[in-house]
Ligand binder design. Sequence first.
Ligand SMILES: Nc1ncnc2c1ncn2[C@@H]1O[C@H](COP(=O)(O)OP(=O)(O)OP(=O)(O)O)[C@@H](O)[C@H]1O
Ligand SMILES: [Mg+2]
Length: 254
Amino acid sequence: MKIAISGKGGVGKTTIMAMLARQLRRNGKEVLVIDADPSPHMAQTIGIENVERITPISEMKELLAERSGRVEGSPFYNINPKVDDLPARFMLEKDGIRLMVLGAIQTGEGGCACAESTVLKRLLTKLLLQPSQVVLLDMEAGVEHLGRGTVAKADHLLIVVIPSQSSVRTALRIKKLAEEVKIPRISFVGNLVADAEDEKFLTGALGEEPLAFFPDSPRIRKTERAGEPVITVPGEMAAEAQQVLDKIGLKAEG
Ligand SMILES: Nc1ncnc2c1ncn2[C@@H]1O[C@H](COP(=O)(O)OP(=O)(O)OP(=O)(O)O)[C@@H](O)[C@H]1O
Ligand SMILES: [Mg+2]
């Protein structure tokens, strides 16, 4: 399964995705996290150092070249690659979680990451996954990336939303665009939810109940401020992450 995440800036997309990655590992799944944010932040969140050693996906262009005209024995994929076929230089691994980065370069003038998006789209289209393998796609904030069509290759889009009007507005816009690009399943996930009133506000404003409500965690904030990977805070947000996984059909095995 390929799961993408979206939402307004700073609502906790990367944090929640890291918690999902950890929970999937605990459940015995193989996890590949793709950081497709032009300002990547996932490595720090899951504790992968020297992230600059990863060759970005944007340099996978030749490898993923179209099948036509390619001769056998060439370094190009003429069949759909499996996760284990991807050259090691494209990923780093920590505690069983593999990380790849997009490598998009954006200019201050809002330059487009179009070329990188095309390569990522092709990878997501071609990559053959076993049922035990899950790809998590961390995206930049807002709605722009929906226009580039990368998330359209996901099986399920999670939209993170915090209890504020502006976050809800963005979430509803993202949902509408995601429906237009025909992402098969779209769900909301609440974050920084303090109490029943917050839960009620979100469910009412969104018109449906989010899959889970993640609390505002003082331990996460403290760990992040100390420059430590938040994924290392034991047990934090595990129950909520498992609830999301159960509801999207990724139940724990055994
Ligand atoms: N439930 C939570 N409890 C406490 N702190 C949180 C929680 N969720 C996120 N944070 C903190 O809020 C900040 C923003 O979170 P994060 O980077 O995950 O958001 P994001 O949506 O990925 O942001 P961006 O739009 O910049 O990619 C981080 O400092 C993170 O540690
Ligand atoms: Mg992020």
